[in-house]
Design a protein around this ligand. Sequence first.
Ligand SMILES: Nc1ncnc2c1ncn2[C@@H]1O[C@H](COP(=O)(O)OP(=O)(O)O)[C@@H](O)[C@H]1O
Ligand SMILES: [Mg+2]
Length: 190
Amino acid sequence: MTKTITIANSKGGVGKTTTAVFLATLLSQYGTVLLKDADQQGSATEWLEDLEELPFDYEIANIRSLSKSKNYDYVIIDTPPQNSDIIVTAIDVADFVIIPASPSALEISRVLHTVEETKNKKDYKVLLVQVDTRTNSYHAVMQLLENEGVNQFKVSIPKREGIKKSYKTIPDKIVLKEYENVVNEMLGGL
Ligand SMILES: Nc1ncnc2c1ncn2[C@@H]1O[C@H](COP(=O)(O)OP(=O)(O)O)[C@@H](O)[C@H]1O
Ligand SMILES: [Mg+2]
């Protein structure tokens, strides 16, 4: 059975595409992986198109192709920013939804909105990314999400130059380290 994992958050620039590519790379150790790029901007496609020996497949997807099942162990869907039918569809077809969010108070209302769209339909977890654990806003956001009863990954992803620089590469073992914990936590529940 294919497990479909959708990466969604209506805000742009949080780390959705990065999360999608990193998870696709890691999950390829566990089975066959297809990354569906449902963002019309095509940033995942741009990341991947010139790479050789990619350990997974990718394709550009639209609403119609999102609902078509494919013969892969894992399908990962990267979604566009803004609220749109494509995000709703991507959530509808998912077995699990990851909502990446960076820990700023300004962003959290957007996150809570995506959580509301998701929580009655699907298993989900918020993943805090681009995190600096020394800041007050990180701890404030963690606390706020907890108070709101939002599901969160135990692990978070630090803000790292190495992650940023992995654009247009296949991320290597060192830079994948924290996302490995995300995969472990996720596979436990899938
Ligand atoms: N953990 C991180 N540390 C540092 N930079 C990051 C991290 N995650 C993402 N970025 C950078 O943030 C920017 C936006 O990330 P991206 O994955 O394209 O977000 P989205 O798909 O949500 O628009 C990119 O320049 C990316 O390299
Ligand atoms: Mg993106």
